[in-house]
Design a protein around this ligand. Sequence first.
Ligand SMILES: C[S@@+](CC[C@H](N)C(=O)[O-])C[C@H]1O[C@@H](n2cnc3c(N)ncnc32)[C@H](O)[C@@H]1O
Length: 296
Amino acid sequence: MNRTSSPQEAPWTVARILDWTVQHLKQHGSETPRLDAEILLAHARHCPRIQLYVSYHDLVTDTERAAMRELVRRRARAEPVAYLVGHREFFGLDLHVSADVLIPRPETETLVLELLDLARSLPNPTILDVGTGSGCIAAAAAANLARAHVTAIDISPPALVVARENAARLGLADRIDFLEGDLVAPVPPGKQFDFIVSNPPYVADCEMESLPPDVRNHEPHLALRAGADGLSIITRLIAAVPPLVRTGGGLLLEIAPEQAAAVRAQLQSSGCFVAVKTLKDGAGSERVVRALRASP
Ligand SMILES: C[S@@+](CC[C@H](N)C(=O)[O-])C[C@H]1O[C@@H](n2cnc3c(N)ncnc32)[C@H](O)[C@@H]1O
């Protein structure tokens, strides 16, 4: 995408810029070059992505090309598209994201679906989201359970800024409280919830190096890394939550598929949970473990 084109050269139309960008991003290792190119060009042109399909022959202005050039340069260095455009869709909600938060993943929608299934029968469900990040789980729960109240905790102050902003933009701020601190430590003494949910950090130290560069070099390690076996946060959480969950309520945890058996065993041996079950994500991988609180 040169700065100028000679008189003989084809003009820089939407179609030509997309084709050029797809080739360039492919060479730089993107696994989704066409999707990336379309999202970035729509962002540079301030238009919905679908608009590109009816604008293939339109000329792209110099300003738009300059913006696109910069976006493509950064994407070629494996910066995630969601950080470049500043938002990501999750469970039908448009969420603001920055490099201070993990980019919400489709796998996490499995946890939300199970939470909604369990909580729908309660008149006023109370939910605690530990490690809220962008606030995606908290926001999806509040948006889909009109009478729910959500408390969302994160240890990262800049992540909480993003989560609060998302709750406000989505009109959910009056039903989500945000607290800063380590796991459940900020919960006021004696307070209990119907459901505690968490997509905690669960990447083992030794696996950090093998993560794709988009993740390893750009997403917050605080959101990913969890000790030698990737279970350090989950183990602390399982030990800490029983007094905070009402009988009949439950705990839902996102996990890495290879952790499923160990997490189920921890929940069963705690003596505090029954009906321990693993759920698969859309790709068929074991992704969520959920358990119901036994009577104390
Ligand atoms: C995997 S991210 C999940 C973010 C979001 N819930 C999602 O599903 O996209 C984990 C989050 O846990 C937070 N976190 C890490 N350690 C924590 C701790 N000890 N206490 C509370 N939050 C923690 C991180 O800052 C990060 O936002």
